[in-house]
Design a protein around this ligand. Structure first.
Ligand SMILES: O=C(O)CCC(=O)C(=O)O
Length: 176
């Protein structure tokens, strides 16, 4: 694949009023609490073999709006939104690569950030010292194509903070 930096899209001010999106989601979302590190919620099209199809809710209008905003940038319109709620600096996401077999070909994962600023770390599996950090400020877009998951892992480490963060991670799921 091409160079990682040119495969990634990072736009610091991609959407307006991220604090309003954060407050709206905090008021409306019923969170799944089956992992300790953070809370989650699922919206839109389930992945083809999901065991949790019943957990998926319809997009809120704000998710439709953001999905439409993503379309010209990504070249496709996401149909799935997975939320991660990091209650404070102790919440985290450990090093991992994302499964991609259920995504439409030539798509990827688009992360929109609200609430607290957190660092997104990405490292090459074969050479973990080869790493990059992106500062995910509220209102930012970070996009990684599915193809980078083969060679790279990513993480959101703990920080010292009392503030919460919600990431909206958009995907285009294969339907059949
Ligand atoms: O919360 C984030 O920004 C990270 C999301 C993520 O790593 C993932 O969806 O795999």
């Amino acid at each position: 694949m091409k160079d990682i930096k040119s495969a990634i899209i990072f736009e610091r001010d991609f959407f307006e009023a991220p604090e309003r999106v954060f407050d709206f989601l905090m008021a409306k979302v019923t969170w799944e609490e089956n992992i300790r590190a953070r809370k989650t919620a699922r919206f839109g099209q389930p992945n083809i073999d999901s065991e949790h199809r019943d957990a998926y809710e319809e997009f809120f209008p704000i998710m439709d709006d953001l999905s439409e905003r993503l379309e010209p940038v990504l070249g496709y319109k996401p149909n799935n939104c997975f939320l991660n709620y990091y209650e404070n600096g102790n919440s985290k996401m450990g090093w991992h690569g994302d499964s991609t077999y259920f995504l439409e070909p030539e798509t990827g994962i688009a992360i929109l950030s609200t609430g607290d600023t957190r660092i997104f770390q990405i490292r090459r599996k074969a050479v973990p010292t080869e790493s990059l950090n992106y500062v995910l400020t509220p209102g930012s877009l970070f996009f990684m194509p599915a193809t980078i998951q083969e060679e790279w892992q990513h993480a959101i480490p703990k920080v010292v903070s009392e503030r919460g963060r919600i990431s909206l991670t958009f995907r285009k799921m294969r339907v059949g």
